[in-house]
Design a protein around this ligand. Structure first.
Ligand code: A2P
Length: 276
């Protein structure tokens, strides 16, 4: 089968003479490993791909059966980036990530150019303060939204919480915050508005505990000098494990926030992080 048939004509013509080995192929440009469970990578961006910061796409590799093996991955860079970034878990017996963790610059992955998702500004009503609640690789969509100018146009305060098991798993978020503060587009505003609240649950760090527990007992609010949350001012986006999403919904609803969607914006939105 001629795989090039599946590529947009203008894009195929811009490629080197070598035919892509995969349908919807993009080339890996950078790979960085953080721990034996986490890595990030960047790939070329299809010229025709437009997305809203916070959305995800299906990416993957060709499976052993000759069919594409795809999973949902949040795009971890803002809509204006020239390339696309992803942040992934490595599951040693995971069908996709057991292979994906070995990619190197120059390799190809499959990327279906149809971005979708609920963690977008359009799904929220106007407010003053936005909370990005994440666990593990659930921080990925916020890597996009944190560097998106609209985030700072829409809100006076932007709070990113990230809960991981161990300290080393916080590094991606620390680098992200640093990059955001140095970003020529949003750095100045981020320095005024961005609050980073990392916590760990299984290794000692300055702030221990699940974000859910720290919200329930008021620790977060005391630490940040905030009087709780209310539906008039606070907006939230949640991305992490099933447990986080379920527990956060209950907590946010307890503060009177309602779940929104693209078609019906409200006060918070939730998306499940890719888990393997
Ligand atoms: P814990 O260590 O107490 O399970 P994982 O690596 O399993 O995806 O977890 C990432 C982080 O999310 C861990 O710190 C984990 O804490 C935390 N976590 C798991 N479930 C919940 C939940 N229901 N609410 C808040 N945090 C959670």
């Amino acid at each position: 089968m001629d795989m090039t048939e599946q590529r947009p004509v203008n894009e195929a013509s811009a490629q080197p003479a070598r035919a892509p080995a995969l349908p919807d192929a993009q080339t890996v440009t950078e790979v960085q490993h953080y721990t034996d469970r986490l890595f990030r990578f960047r790939v070329t961006r299809p010229r025709t791909l437009r997305f809203r910061s916070g959305e995800f796409v299906m990416i993957g590799l060709m499976g052993d059966n000759g069919k594409p093996l795809l999973r949902a991955y949040s795009i971890a860079c803002p809509a204006w980036d020239e390339e696309l970034e992803f942040y992934s878990i490595k599951v040693q017996d995971g069908p996709l990530t057991s292979k994906l963790q070995h990619i190197q610059p120059g390799d190809e992955i499959i990327l279906r150019p149809k971005p979708v998702g609920t963690l977008v500004h359009d799904a929220l009503l106007p407010g003053n303060r936005i909370w990005f609640f994440s666990t593990g690789t659930g921080i990925a969509p916020f890597a996009s939204l944190l560097r998106e100018p609209e985030t700072y146009e829409n809100y006076d305060q932007v709070i990113l919480t990230h809960t991981c098991r161990e300290v080393a798993e916080l590094k991606y978020g620390e680098e992200l915050v640093q990059k955001t503060l140095e970003d020529p587009l949003v750095g100045e505003e981020a320095a005024q508005k961005l609050v980073y609240y990392p916590t760990t649950t299984r290794e000692q760090s300055p702030k221990m505990g699940r974000i859910t527990d720290l919200l329930r007992d008021g620790t977060v609010f005391r630490d940040l000098g905030i009087d709780g949350m209310d539906a008039g001012h606070d907006r939230a986006m949640v991305c992490g494990s099933m447990g986080l999403n379920t527990d956060m919904k209950e907590i946010l609803e307890g503060f009177g926030l309602r779940e929104g969607a693209n078609s019906e914006p409200a006060e918070y939105v939730v998306e499940k992080a890719f888990v393997g």
